[in-house]
Design a protein around this ligand. Structure first.
Ligand SMILES: [Zn+2]
Length: 169
């Protein structure tokens, strides 16, 4: 007999949650927003709440449907990368190959987007100006670490402020 009698129950709970997610859940990556999400939609509240208790993260909200012909949906989701990875790794042993592939694809696509964004930030400012030595100034304020700043952005900011101060503009 096992001493920790709750371990099989915990495993059973996770297996139940995985079965629910397999049928009603989804891993999704949006290229437009670069956000990743694990979500679950059902018309019943109790199983969605139970699911959230077992996976330990995410939030539940009601999605009201405009048409009276459609029942309101209970929507659970987690939409940050560590949270999605946590849910995926927890449920993975009981998920179908298709669902595992969906999660791996979503994580890989977001991972590639994060890498591309890091390269962009290293080579250009947020407005796309080149991060060359000529276009970079270091801002130093007493008591704070100095940080690099885009000269072109600073110049455009001065132009905007000047034209806003012009009378009648
Ligand atoms: Zn800039």
């Amino acid at each position: 007999m096992q001493d920790s009698g709750n371990v099989p129950a915990v495993r059973e709970g996770i297996a139940w949650a995985a079965g629910l997610f397999e049928g009603e859940g989804c891993f999704h990556y949006s290229a437009a927003s670069t956000h990743i999400r694990a979500s679950l939609n059902m018309t019943d509240y109790a199983p969605v709440e139970q699911f959230m208790r077992i996976v330990g993260i995410g939030k539940v909200r009601i999605q009201t449907r405009p048409s009276p012909r459609h029942q309101d949906q209970m929507h659970w989701d987690v939409s940050n990368r560590p949270g999605v990875i946590h849910v995926f790794e927890l449920l993975r042993p009981w998920l179908s190959e298709r669902r595992v592939a969906q999660a791996e694809r979503a994580l890989a696509e977001q991972g590639a987007a994060i890498a591309r964004a890091a390269i962009r930030r290293a080579t250009a400012c947020k407005n796309g100006h080149p991060r060359t030595p000529e276009n970079t100034q270091w801002i130093r304020r007493s008591g704070r670490p100095s940080y690099r700043s885009c000269k072109e952005c600073a110049r455009l900011g001065r132009v905007r402020r000047t034209s806003a101060e012009e009378p009648g503009a």
